[in-house]
Structure formats: C-alpha cells, structure tokens
Ligand binder design. Structure first.
Ligand code: UDP
Ligand code: MG
Length: 326
C-alpha cells in the first residue's frame, strides 16, 4: 500500500456532556499516535455524531472542532438511536474520502488501544475487523447474563452475529460501498455487516466501566434491540410458529378422537376446568403468534415507506444549507 489510509473514527453521542471532555482528548491522542507510527494518514478524522442530544453535547463538539482540525462533527436532526447515528457517521466518512472507519462508543468503555491492532489487521488485508470483548468483569452480573443470553438467542434464531461483539469495529470503505446498497430501514449493524462478507478478522479487548454519565441502554432497550435484530435478520420465528401451530393441531386432533371415543363409551364428565384451560392456552398461543407475525408486517410497512434512515441537520465544517433544485 503506497499512501497511508485516511481513518475516520465514528463516535455516536447522545447526551454525553459529562464524558466527552474526558474521552475526546483520548481519541485525538490515539489518532495522532497512529499517524506518528505511520499506520494512518495525518488527514484522519474523529467524527462525532450528535444523536439529537438535549444537553450541551453539540456545543462541545463544535468547540472541539474549532480547537483541532482532526475533530469534526455532524448532528442528526433528532434522536434516532445509536444504530442510525453510527450509520450516518459511516456514510459520511465514505462520502468524504475516508479509506477506513472505526466505530466506537464515546463513553470510554471500549479500549481505544485495540485500534492499533485493528489498523494493522486492516493493513494486512482484513476489510472488517470486529472488536470482541475478552472479559465482562466490570459489567454487573445482570448485564452480563442478559447480554450473553442475547447473543445466544440471536444465533439460535438465525441472526448470524459475532459473539460478544458490539459496535466497536473497523470497516473499510470498500465494504461500506457495498453496504450502501443495503437499503433496509430496520438497521441492525451487527447482523448486517457479516452479511456483506469480505475478509474479516477479530481483535479482543477488555471492556471498562463507563468513565462518566449513565448508560442509555436499560433492559427494555436491550430487549427491543434483540427483538429488532432477530426479526430484521431472520424468518426463523415465523417457521417456529408454523411448527408450534402444527404440533398443537396434531395434539388437538388426538384430543378430539379421545373425546369422541369417551362420549361413545358414555364416560364423559362435565369438564369445565379442562375446557377453560385449553381455551386459554390456545388463545394465548394464538395471540403470541399473531404478535410475532404482526411484528414482521410492521417491518414490511416501514420498509415500504423507505423513509430516510438518518437526517443530518448540521456539520461542524459546513453548516446546513438549503439546496435548490431546478
Ligand atoms: N447513543 C446514541 N443514541 C442513543 C443512545 C445511545 O447515539 O439513542 C450512543 C451513546 O452516546 C454511546 C453509545 O451510543 O456513545 C452507547 O450507549 P451507552 O453507553 O449508553 O450504552 P451501553 O454501553 O451501556 O450499552
Ligand atoms: Mg456504554
């Protein structure tokens, strides 16, 4: 490789005014170290994506951008969630001449020193390098249990994701070019990136505690992410439902035969309790099945609308301008 690759570090930020002043200089130092080591170009950038924060996050980002040219920022028109923020940053990087991107959270939980190895693996030929957590000691037992359960469940239900890998990863712009033609609006990057293919590698790192501020991912959001991930990547749940439906049809057929024989032999009793139980059970199962199918229909509904996946309202280097066509 002749010219050194231009690296863009993409960092989603949502209400992070406490932690940004701590981690932003660390990212800057890292980019400068990587450039000094001759691994990346001096034109590399740290791109903050403000995800519609309600606090002073965007003002901070603008301030950083004035201080050092390595810092730049884009702002989403409103809060659209972590996945959309990362996607916006990645596409921005690709459109502005980045050769390679690394997405990472802004809270200092992911070890930035893993970036050296990621870039080395990229230079050695990998187009995607997944950051994989080696240990989860700093997470609470509950977080660890739910998070690891999440990966197992996802794989079981047909979403092929890398175990213990969140959204800390290196992606080359070659992969991003192909990724840009994935137009789905239900985005689950962890599951989509492996689908694009290309040579990939992993780098393991230790996950730390958040340096400041609070997590925006309570259990309810994690469950929503898991459900979205499964239903946007796999049809297995629908198959499972069909299977359950068939099983219960067979069971009820046997039940009917048994009831008819019982009636013919005159040994039936007034089985109010059992009737109610069966009605409830069947009603419950049917509702769950309808719910899952409804979830898929909802996804189709959103896809057919094909709304934009992110809207950038401001940039630190070029303010939003209204474009007139025609
Ligand atoms: N984040 C975001 N939009 C949101 C929620 C979170 O851009 O709606 C960002 C947040 O600023 C952080 C990253 O996503 O950089 C991960 O969030 P967090 O640290 O709260 O989640 P956790 O690490 O606890 O799972
Ligand atoms: Mg975090």
């Amino acid at each position: 490789m002749t010219a050194k690759p231009i690296l863009w570090i993409v960092i989603p930020c949502y209400n992070e005014q406490e932690v940004l002043p701590i981690t932003a200089p660390q990212f800057l130092q890292k980019v400068q170290d990587l450039a000094a080591a001759g691994l990346v170009s001096g034109k590399s950038r740290i791109c903050f994506v403000n995800d519609g924060s309600r606090d002073a996050t965007w003002q901070l980002i603008c301030q950083f951008a004035r201080q050092d040219e390595h810092y730049i920022g884009i702002s989403q028109s409103r809060n659209r969630g972590h996945q959309a923020a990362v996607l916006a940053g990645l596409m921005e990087a690709r459109d502005n001449g980045a050769d390679v991107t690394i997405s990472i959270d802004c809270d200092g939980q992911d070890d930035i020193n893993a970036m050296d190895e990621m870039v080395r693996k990229y230079l050695a030929g990998a187009e995607v390098v997944y950051g994989v957590r080696s240990r989860r000691d700093t997470d609470t037992f509950f977080k660890r249990f739910t998070a690891e359960g999440f990966y197992h469940l996802m794989n079981l239900l047909g979403a092929d994701i890398v175990f213990n890998h969140a959204d800390y990863r290196l992606i080359s712009s070659r992969v991003l070019d192909s990724f840009a033609s994935y137009h789905e609006v239900n985005i689950f990057l962890r599951g989509m990136v492996p689908l694009v293919g290309f040579a990939s590698d992993t780098v393991s790192y230790e996950r730390h505690e958040r340096l400041a501020g609070e997590s925006h991912y309570p259990l309810s959001k994690m469950l929503a992410l898991a459900f979205d991930g499964i239903t946007s990547l796999s049809n297995k749940p629908i198959r499972l439902i069909t299977g359950i439906g068939m099983l219960f049809s067979i069971l009820s057929f046997i039940g009917v035969v048994w009831a008819v024989i019982g009636a013919l032999m005159g040994s039936t009793v007034a089985g109010w309790a059992s009737t109610v139980c069966i009605v409830c059970l069947m009603g419950g199962i049917q509702l769950v099945c309808l719910g899952v199918i409804g979830e898929y229909i909802g996804k189709i509904y959103m896809e057919t609308k094909a709304r934009p996946r992110y809207i950038i309202s401001e940039r630190t280097w070029a303010p939003y301008e209204r474009k007139y066509h025609g």
